[in-house]
Design a protein around this ligand. Structure first.
Ligand code: 17E
Ligand code: FE2
Length: 422
């Protein structure tokens, strides 16, 4: 047998009970077995650490990343103040500015094992700079990062007279998906009309859909039901994603039950962004304060695909953020009360396998023979420990190459000598 390019020894895989050796040749997984009697140009001893497919960031805004405080800080902490601050900041965008911040953010993500990212690009400014910048970045990083770009009309599809034209131009320029923001349109009717338009375009231009939907604490904001109806009637299934859906938190349980039932009839993907929505939502409440994150546990329990996103890294909506997907999963465990043993593990799926479904990655994702040899070795023995300790990404492999490594942190403890007993 010819030597492989790389063999990972003794890696724990999610669907195997004993550690496996993983051999890689020509950038793909070539053999997986408990003990491979073969050689390779390079070997890595995983010592029983968990190896998972790469993290998937299924919802982020790279165009605004790293602009927190520019030109001012969001003091109210609301979505609306964030949109106003960004409206000022985006007047100063240049392609270089977008590229530089986006690439720096993608490097931070890759260093932590994220190799697939879906970013929204605001297309509500007349020269489409954010979109053009992110499309250039998509090309520039393609050898180490798979980036999808959503044309997102932050100020509303009917926010300016030229917005419809700008959207179509964005689709022709090569956006992967169409975005929307129905709860921010001036009226309920405009919100519904915007969704119909977006679904029409998706069919016409053969694009995926990812809508910022019902990101508000208003229990009367009911655009998710419209998305569900459109998805069912047009048979678009998993090509459609509903992001945020925070109003779902506030619906009365009677309506929520009906809505869950209709969502169950679709393959629609739902994305929650727990880090940011726990800070943006509930701002008009006194006490008790709503959490305002969508019904992740219920959607997961009934078998719908739920993934998690960071949404923001240092921007007008959220001035924190590290890009680490275990941080996101950890927050979801808490806010969504996913603390059962299987529930914690499910939160890891939401930043890996489920994110891959949201992005429609199909057989481009997963540790299986013939697939691209991309994975992350975590400094943890299993999924639960990975989340509990927010484990470091010891090795990140992209198409068979080591793209990043983080040495395991092993703190030393210098305890004082015990005091003599009196
Ligand atoms: N824009 C928006 O409408 N909602 C968000 N959460 C962000 C940007 C980050
Ligand atoms: Fe968002």
């Amino acid at each position: 047998m010819p030597p492989f390019d790389l063999i990972l020894r003794r890696a724990r895989l999610q669907d195997h009970s004993v550690p496996q050796d993983i051999a890689i040749a020509a950038g793909t997984f070539a053999a997986i077995a408990p003990r491979l009697d073969a050689t390779a140009r390079e070997e890595i001893d995983c010592s029983d650490r968990l190896a998972i497919p790469p993290f998937v960031e299924s919802h982020i805004h790279l165009d605004s990343a790293d602009t927190a405080g520019e030109p001012r800080w969001n003091e109210s902490g609301t979505l609306f103040e964030g949109i106003e601050i960004w409206r000022d900041r985006k007047q100063k965008l240049s392609i270089e500015d977008v590229e530089q911040r986006a690439i720096a953010t993608l490097k931070t993500q890759a260093a932590q094992g994220v190799l697939h990212v879906r970013s929204h690009a605001d297309v509500s400014e007349s020269s489409l700079i954010a979109l053009k910048g992110l499309l250039a970045v998509r090309e520039e990083v393609k050898d180490w990062m798979n980036l999808q770009v959503v044309a997102f009309p932050q100020d509303g599809l009917y926010g300016s007279p030229q917005q419809l034209e700008l959207m179509e131009e964005a689709l022709k320029l090569g956006a992967d998906a169409i975005g929307g923001i129905p709860h921010y349109e001036l009226t309920r009717e405009d919100g519904v009309r915007s969704l119909q338009q977006i679904f029409d375009w998706a069919e016409q231009y053969d694009k995926l859909i990812d809508i910022h939907c019902d990101e508000i604490d208003d229990d009367q904001s009911r655009f998710l039901e419209v998305m569900v109806a459109q998805t069912l009637r047009r048979d678009l299934g998993s090509r459609v994603t509903a992001s945020h859906t925070t109003a779902f938190h506030s619906y009365n349980n009677g309506y929520a039950q009906k809505l869950l039932g209709s969502i169950r009839r679709t393959q629609l993907n739902c994305v929650a962004n727990p880090l940011i929505n726990i800070t943006l939502q509930g701002r008009t409440d006194t006490y008790p304060k709503r959490r305002g994150v969508t019904r992740v546990k219920e959607l997961w329990q009934q078998g719908n695909n739920v993934s998690l996103g960071h949404d923001c890294i240092r921007d007008p909506w959220y001035s924190l953020g590290t890009g680490n997907m275990l941080n996101v999963a950890h927050m979801a465990v808490h806010i969504c009360q996913m603390t059962g043993r299987e529930q914690v593990k499910a939160c890891l799926d939401m930043v890996t396998h489920n994110g891959a479904k949201t992005l429609n990655l199909d057989d481009r994702y997963g540790i299986a023979l013939g697939r691209p040899a991309s994975l992350v070795v975590l400094d943890a023995s299993d999924e639960f420990e990975a989340i509990r300790t927010q484990a470091a990404a010891l090795y990140t492999l992209s198409h068979g190459r080591i793209l990043a490594c983080t040495p395991a942190a092993r703190p030393k403890l210098f305890l004082p000598e015990p005091s003599p007993r009196l």
